[in-house]
Design a protein around this ligand. Structure first.
Ligand code: ADP
Ligand code: MG
Length: 477
């Protein structure tokens, strides 16, 4: 049997390898997987961390599912088990991260027990037929996405404070529904879970349910097929806090939207809390007017892109959770360069950790550069004003925060001017934006700064050389 499963997995790996664009992807994401067991058509794969599992699920689930169906048969189901560093004998012990490089230490114990995945739909199905009066509905919340692990920043202040207020008083604040929106990867799922967990902490007997819009639709479709629509509605009437993630999925799904409308009305009338997330504001959400108007009743709050400082804090938080350490310069480099969203940031981080431990390499700036180049292709590598400020200030040995003060000290003023000059030359930002970001100045100050730098350049050779040096560093991005 042992040999069998190894052989089976080898056959799967061959197909997977053939279907991947790059060998390094195969090395990073598939070599570390161990076939754990194959029993009763359930293939259990062992993965090194929760990070790893999430990344696989997001990027390669389709490939894995198709492959194992081809090799093992259509009936096969996929399950993951995660290596956990714990003395709990029932769970496998991790060795990957702790034994390979001294830079990486594993201190924390990620908790998740084995997760069941079946064709991409989380198999924890919260839809339980009512009948028995008091049933416990599993909340389906992700314990890792709590307020404790959610880094505070200006970008999430409003959602966070509304979230805390809701968790203290679910359904009874004016934030009902709470509508959280942002583009992908900015923390909607995380904070929606955090509010659910916090409510559970404050009110252990309350019934909280987290469900993705996709799962909701799936349940509804199944219930309809079995003629169990009423049970479906009854089930949702038992919920005290309903969290529906990614409601944009309802667009064009008339039946599901209608049943959601009914559930919404029922819960809202009974002062139960509704939390919804979406990739756009209610106004831009192409659902029926009556649903949109209800979604606008409570608080609509947007999650913004975190600034560099918050991104650094978020990286630290992610590393802490995974029990991994990383040199400070690499953390900063990632924070400055992966500025699209936090999912990209997390993907880059995971790749970096995986690469480093697999190849027994230290995590260095060079490795970080390579990873950003090769793995997260989608990451926009544009030069930002923030990055310019950092490079200029590092070059001139000035604390970058000084740029934002009103200091008129000559070296600070010069750094500010040079930063403005390069921001104009190398970014697409308007003079006004550059001014605001460089110490709240107006556009004429920026223009003046650029002229000053130009003049200085034509009269002072040393200055000119320094500028060229800085520009070279900026292009090293
Ligand atoms: P979305 O649902 O908006 O696509 P997610 O909630 O999945 O985004 O967030 C993407 C990743 O970034 C997750 O790993 C999440 O834990 C992390 N993340 C997002 N915001 C924060 C934050 N403020 N602090 C810590 N981690 C965060
Ligand atoms: Mg999400």
């Amino acid at each position: 049997m042992d040999k069998d499963i190894k052989q089976i997995w080898q056959n799967c790996l061959k197909i997977i390898k053939d279907n991947l664009a790059h060998e390094h992807l195969y090395k990073t994401w598939f070599i570390p997987i161990k076939p754990f067991s194959l029993e009763k058509n359930i293939l259990t794969l062992q993965v090194p961390s929760h990070f790893f599992y999430e990344y696989l699920e997001e990027h390669y689930l389709d490939l894995i599912t198709k492959t194992i169906k081809r090799v093992i048969g259509n009936q096969v189901m996929l399950q993951y088990t995660i290596l956990v560093d714990t003395s709990d004998k029932e769970k496998p012990i991790t060795t990957l991260l702790s034994s390979t490089t001294s830079k990486i230490t594993k201190e924390n114990k990620p908790k998740p027990a084995p997760l069941n995945i079946n064709n991409g739909v989380n198999s924890v199905n919260p839809f339980i037929m009512p009948g028995i009066k008091k049933i416990t509905i599993p909340s389906n919340l992700n314990e890792n996405y709590s307020f404790d692990t959610f880094v505070e920043g200006e970008c999430n202040r409003l959602v966070r404070s509304a979230g805390y207020a809701i968790a203290k008083n679910p359904g009874k604040t004016s934030f009902n529904p709470l509508f959280i929106y942002s583009s992908v990867g900015l923390g909607k799922t995380h904070i929606a879970n955090a509010i659910g967990l916090e409510t559970k902490k404050n009110f252990p007997n309350s019934t909280v349910l987290y469900i993705t819009a996709e799962q909701f639709m799936q349940q509804f479709t199944d219930a309809s097929l079995r003629n169990e629509r009423n049970q479906f509605l009854l089930f949702y009437q038992m919920i005290d806090v309903l969290i529906i993630d990614d409601i944009q999925f309802f667009i064009g799904k008339k039946g599901t939207e209608e049943v959601f409308f009914n559930i919404f009305n029922n819960l809202h009338n009974n002062r139960k809390q509704i939390i919804v997330t979406s990739d756009c504001s209610p106004a831009d959400l192409k659902l029926t007017d009556r649903v949109v108007s209800r979604l606008k009743w409570g608080l609509n709050a947007e999650l913004g892109i975190p600034d560099v400082k918050t991104r650094i804090a978020i990286i630290r938080q992610m590393l802490k959770q995974d029990g991994v350490s990383m040199p400070e310069d690499v953390i900063e480099y990632l924070a400055y360069h992966v500025n699209t969203n936090l999912r990209d940031l997390r993907g880059t981080l995971i790749s970096l950790i995986a690469q480093s431990s697999l190849n027994h390499k230290e995590i260095t700036l060079e490795l970080a550069r390579q990873i950003i180049d090769s793995i997260v292709k989608s990451v926009k590598q544009e030069i930002t004003i923030e990055y310019i400020q950092k490079v200029v200030c590092d070059y001139l040995h000035i604390d970058v925060d000084k740029i934002f003060t009103s200091s008129r000290k000559s070296e600070v003023a010069q750094a500010r001017q040079i930063a403005m000059y390069f921001s104009r030359k190398l970014t697409k930002n308007s003079l006004a934006t550059i001014g605001v970001k460089c110490g709240n100045k107006d556009h004429s100050t920026v223009l003046h700064a650029c002229k000053q730098v130009d003049n200085h350049c034509s009269t002072d050779k040393k200055f000119k050389l320094s500028l060229e040096d800085i520009e070279k560093q900026l292009h090293k991005i």
